[in-house]
Design a protein around this ligand. Structure first.
Ligand code: C2E
Ligand code: MG
Ligand code: MG
Ligand code: MG
Length: 292
């Protein structure tokens, strides 16, 4: 009030700059969709007992012509806000299925890799989601049992009855559903009851603190046991140290992923890894359990 009402009508320079940047980024993102500037990385998901690769998580990157590689956290929110996550997410799904089918064609039929794809809330709001998933499978030839769709708890928070029906239609194809970042939402248990989930992904924040905080270790073991009781698979996210691996393997966590095994790899690097023929990642075996 003291500065007069004119002062309120104009942007301050910082706000103007941030607004300008937002507009630029939005224009860039539109162009990126047209010019196919997105790439996928694939992070191995490993069977903790044997360290065999059981599947891959597809993670999107934006290869910006001037700014270089942009991580998803820096453009997915804007892509969601502008609706551009729809064409981007469609491309991610088709490309992930295509690559997985290609890798599986070179593997033993008895041990096909799974591919996990992150889905955003905006994609779940679309009535044509089941058709999209079905066409991505058909086009690539990937069996439905090899596809896992990852949903975050935040995505399930304000669900409507259509959302549940849509997820059930996706599941009816034979696709499995995973809850990503499990334990970070404020009503994790309710989702397990209300949604037809097959897999729990234990959030990295629990895994991070396993060695330092008894409470984190207890919670992690509790989540694994909960998964077992409900006959769900558990995947631990963000394993970086051998101690975390030992603790999780001793607690009977089935699967895990993290920099300890491998960072997200380019498709070419994944080609090499899979062509090397070794079923297990060559990392140091976990120390034997003290109590065993
Ligand atoms: P997320 O689905 O929970 O994926 C796991 C993230 O943790 C990935 O980050 C991965 O690179 C990172 N990570 C894996 N192992 C480790 C580790 O040992 N240490 C550390 N510090 N990090 C690890 P990224 O690729 O940057 O992706 C971040 C998030 O962006 C994803 O989290 C997911 O929510 C979202 N995202 C990625 N790709 C897509 C996509 O295609 N569509 C949508 N809607 N979201 C995506
Ligand atoms: Mg994920
Ligand atoms: Mg996660
Ligand atoms: Mg996450």
């Amino acid at each position: 009030k003291k500065h007069g009402k004119d002062q309120l009508a104009v942007f301050d320079p910082a706000m103007r700059a941030s607004f300008q940047k937002h507009l630029e980024m939005e224009a860039d993102l539109r162009r990126a969709v047209l010019r196919h500037e997105f790439e996928l990385r694939f992070q191995p998901i490993v069977r903790l007992r044997t360290q065999e690769i059981s599947g891959l998580e597809a993670l999107v990157r934006w290869q910006h012509p001037e700014r270089g590689m942009i991580p998803p956290m820096e453009f997915i929110p804007l892509a969601e806000e502008t609706g551009m996550i729809v064409p981007i997410g469609e491309w991610v799904l088709r490309e992930a299925c295509r690559q997985a089918a290609r890798w599986n064609a070179q593997r033993d039929e008895d041990t096909p890799l799974t591919v996990s794809v992150n889905l955003s809330a905006v994609q779940l709001e679309r009535a044509d989601l089941p058709q999209l998933v079905s066409s991505a499978l058909q086009e690539s030839g990937l069996p439905a049992k090899c596809l896992i769709i990852e949903l975050t708890e935040s995505l399930l928070v304000d669900h409507r009855p259509e959302t549940l029906r849509r997820l059930e239609a996706v599941k009816a194809l034979g696709v499995r559903l995973a809850i990503d970042d499990f334990g970070t939402g404020y009503s994790s248990l309710a989702y397990l009851r209300n949604f037809p989930v097959d897999i729990i992904k234990i959030d990295k924040s629990f895994v991070d603190d396993i060695g330092d905080m008894p409470a984190a270790a207890a919670l992690t073991l509790g989540i694994i046991q909960l998964g077992q009781a409900l006959q769900l698979s558990t995947i631990a996210e963000g394993i970086e140290h051998v101690e975390q691996l030992s603790e999780l393997a001793d607690g009977n966590c089935e699967l895990g992923q993290g920099y300890y095994f491998a960072e997200p790899l380019t498709a070419a690097a994944m080609d090499d890894l899979l062509a090397s023929g070794s079923p297990a990642l060559s990392v140091t075996p976990p120390a034997p359990a003290a109590a065993a």
